[in-house]
Design a protein around this ligand. Structure first.
Ligand code: FPP
Length: 254
């Protein structure tokens, strides 16, 4: 009964949000949704499976979710796939994840291409393998003119590292103190043309940012759900969008 009421409420909110998009005021739909895909290990553990099975299941839901996000009017979807700290994991898990990213790029993104979506990469390049970098670069180049949803893969990404890299760029350009402003630093982030995330979702019940979009997420709305990432489905995304739709975003104003 309670579920039926919640579903009907979610549907009404989604319809209202989708209608307002049609009407040209899309404030209720976040333009950029960023996701911390947490809980793959626990999902696998519960089933007596190796951790990589959780990551594989977590990767398998992406195709459908990207499509659903695009249908809902989300223009940018960024995924925290591997952090600068994740190298500390067992080498078996790290190499399994890297192989999974490459496999995903090579086999699972045809629909994104067909529908005019665009792939972007955010993160450090110097510790990734040549073959993964080539797969990322090829996909970015092949989709660079896409006008549909932008799927941003954050691999070997860390918010602090991104800020450090921006500072290094400015020093290399010979910047003086007076030229360091929020605007000039922002322009040296990994993807300066991408709008800041409106909504950051974290699954699995953990409630922290873990070094994700530290600069860009200054005014993001945060949404935490206990759902483990491999169980996150279209309805779960709709619930997050519905929660966002009723937030009052003041960004420091009144
Ligand atoms: C965190 O959950 C998840 C990761 C570090 C990896 C996320 C990667 C995927 C979902 C694979 C698919 C990605 C692409 C782009 C193909 P955890 O393993 O720390 O979970 P736990 O906290 O339950 O152990």
């Amino acid at each position: 009964m309670m579920n039926a009421v919640m579903n009907s409420l979610t549907n009404s909110l989604m319809n209202a949000a989708t209608n307002s998009i049609k009407a040209g005021e899309n404030e209720k739909i976040p333009r950029h949704v960023a996701v911390i895909m947490d809980g793959n290990g626990r999902w696998a553990q519960k089933r007596g499976l190796p951790r990589i099975a959780g990551h594989q299941k977590g990767a398998s839901i992406l195709e459908g979710l990207v499509e659903h996000a695009s249908a809902r009017g989300i223009q940018y979807l960024s995924l925290y796939a591997f952090s600068t700290e994740n190298w500390k994991r067992l080498s078996e898990e790290v190499s399994g994840l890297m192989a999974l990213f490459e496999h995903y790029l090579k086999t699972k993104l045809d629909k994104l291409k067909e529908r005019g979506g665009r792939l972007r990469f955010a993160g450090r390049r110097d510790r990734l393998s040549g073959s993964l970098l080539r797969a990322l670069d090829d996909f970015e180049r092949e989709t660079q003119d896409g006008t549909g949803i932008q799927l941003i893969l954050c691999i070997d990404y860390g918010g602090r590292q991104e800020i450090v890299d921006a500072v290094k760029k400015m020093l290399a350009e010979g910047a003086d103190a007076a030229s360091v402003t929020e605007e000039t630093v922002s322009r040296r982030m990994y993807l300066p043309d991408v709008p800041d995330p409106d909504l950051i979702i974290r699954t699995s019940g953990e409630e922290r940012l873990s070094n994700f979009w530290l600069w860009e997420g200054a005014y993001s709305e945060l949404y935490f759900t206990g759902t483990l990432w491999p169980d996150f489905d279209n309805e779960a995304l709709d619930a997050a969008i519905a929660a966002y739709a009723v937030r009052d975003r003041r960004r420091g104003g009144v």
